[in-house]
Design a protein around this ligand. Structure first.
Ligand code: UDX
Ligand code: UDX
Length: 467
């Protein structure tokens, strides 16, 4: 008997990224009876999944991979063999915002995704269930089905939508203990049967009441809307942070008072330098494009405002730095504390750090960037100006001799830094810009720093009569 036939099901995932890798690792860990293979067109990525150095930093991930890898979890660069063998294929390839042609800067670029659909069609020798994991515009499953059914196995592909709700940094707990799992399918007997197959996989560890089934378009749209609502909360509190800075209100106090309303809840109300990550901006722009396409211009404008406020917030942060430091940054040494788009990840996609770093270099500041996990990605993001930036893993060494430090990522280790030591190495006047409000501002001000935060009055040592 072959090894393959020992497994109850053969699952394939195309795309070994931040979503595909952790999701498949958890399925494999929770379901040893299934064979789970993850393929990717990038052989380097596959090699890293097969090595001792993971291609992505995600707390708890490596323990899960170590348990299942070689048992029922496999990483391979042979996409075609993977397709032939599997009964269920998750597609988790990237769908970035288009950078060309119609919908440039807004619509999702579906080229990889469509290429994957064609490859599945051309390699498949038996019926398959195709599961959309990538976030896609509404009605993409239908397009995928059209591509798949243009082949010989026309009636033997079922396409399901199963959007991913994991957040980086908490991916493993989001996967093992999800708020909900959403599965959309065609409301046909074959569609419902395919949906049940996927429900049965998740039912290995997710309680039945958390597995929602819907029609395929509701499922696709729900993912965009969930991300739009989450991002909207951040833009809402960030918009209020600008008002707080003009008055004597403290945005953290406002957020606390607002969030204690049971109907609103306390989460996602942390004012910040702006949201980043591969999903929020892309998904909202996707939603905006969809609304425009259907002629819903007021709706499109409403959601576009969420992205506009986010851009405004990043811009405002740099303006605060510039005005605080006497309207010139030229020749000043500035350290960015953190570059990842959030703590507990090395991911820098759409990180506010990218915008802030570029603006500061434009102002001719001397830039030093530190981050415990994201320096490799930071160097790639800023490759064209990397010769003007120093990348320094040690935060104390990074801030040595600086005029200012700007905290951009809420790594807990930054809150625990010895700021007396930091201050002793900095140029005076020393400035701290806290883009995440995680530092003890009063204490730092008393120590001698000029402290600027988000949504709170600045704490400076300058004589107002002279300014
Ligand atoms: C991706 C999508 O960006 C997101 O919209 C969706 O919600 C989940 O999948 P992520 O896993 O974070 O998110 O992307 P990324 O880390 O870039 O991984 C995608 C992988 O797909 C890459 O490793 C890439 O090499 C691979 N890929 C891409 C293929 O294997 N085939 C392709 O044709 C294109
Ligand atoms: C998000 C969604 O949360 C997840 O459900 C979806 O599957 C993918 O997109 P992710 O982008 O990984 O996940 O992280 P998230 O925790 O949502 O943070 C996104 C950005 O918002 C980060 O830059 C974060 O720092 C910022 N943020 C979050 C704030 O600025 N304030 C907050 O209160 C919360």
């Amino acid at each position: 008997m072959s090894v393959n036939s020992d497994f109850e099901k053969r699952i394939l995932c195309i795309g070994a990224g931040y979503v595909g890798g952790p999701t498949m690792a958890v399925i494999a860990q929770r379901c040893p009876q299934y064979k789970v293979t993850v393929v990717d067109i990038n052989p380097d990525r596959i090699n890293r999944w097969n090595s001792d150095i993971p291609p992505i930093y995600e707390p708890g991930l490596w323990e899960v991979v170590a348990e299942a890898r070689g048992r029922n979890l496999f990483f391979s660069a042979d996409v075609e063999a993977g397709i032939r063998e599997a009964e269920i294929i998750f597609v988790s390839v990237n769908t970035p915002t288009k950078t060309y042609g119609a919908g440039k800067g807004m619509a999702a670029d579906l080229q990889y995704w469509e290429k994957t659909a064609r490859q599945i069609r051309d390699c498949a020798e038996s019926p398959k269930i195709i599961v959309e994991k990538s976030t896609l515009p509404v009605k993409t499953a239908q397009a995928m089905k059209r591509i798949l059914t243009a082949g010989e196995l026309a009636d033997r592909f079922e396409v399901l939508s199963n959007p991913e709700f994991l957040a980086e940094g908490t991916a493993i707990s989001d996967l093992t203990d999800p708020d909900r799992v959403l599965i959309g399918s065609d409301e046909t007997p074959a569609g419902r049967q395919a949906r049940q197959t996927l429900v049965d996989i998740y039912a290995n560890w997710v309680p039945a009441e958390k597995i929602l089934t819907t029609n395929i378009w509701s499922s696709e749209l729900s993912k965009l809307v969930a991300n739009a609502f989450l991002a909207q909360r951040i833009s809402s509190i960030n918009a209020i942070s600008a008002l707080c800075e003009k008055t004597d209100a403290d945005v953290a106090e406002v957020a606390r008072a607002v969030g204690m309303d049971n109907r609103l809840g306390p989460k996602f109300l942390n004012a910040s330098v702006g949201f980043g990550g591969s999903c929020f901006q892309k998904d909202i722009l996707n939603l905006v494009y969809l609304c425009q396409y259907y002629g819903l211009h007021e709706v499109a404008d409403y959601w576009k405002g969420v992205v506009d406020i986010n851009n405004y917030q990043k811009d405002r942060f740099v303006t605060t730095m510039l005005t605080a430091m006497f309207n010139t940054l030229a020749g000043k040494k500035i350290c960015l504390l953190g570059f990842a788009f959030k703590a507990d990840t090395g991911d820098t996609r759409e990180s506010p750090g990218i915008v802030v770093a570029r603006r500061l270099v434009e102002e001719r500041a001397e830039l030093v960037i530190t981050d415990p996990q994201a320096l490799e990605n930071a160097q790639k993001d800023l490759a064209d100006i990397a010769d003007q930036i120093r990348f320094e893993p040690n935060p104390y060494a990074a801030m040595e001799g600086c005029d200012a430090a700007a905290l951009l990522t809420e790594w807990q280790e930054y809150a625990a830094l010895d700021f007396e030591r930091v201050l002793s190495g900095m140029t005076r006047p020393a400035f701290l810009f806290d883009g995440r409000n995680i530092l003890d501002h009063q204490r730092l001000w008393k120590m001698g720093f000029n402290v600027f935060s988000i949504g709170r009055p600045a704490l400076t040592h300058f004589d107002p009569a002279r300014s």
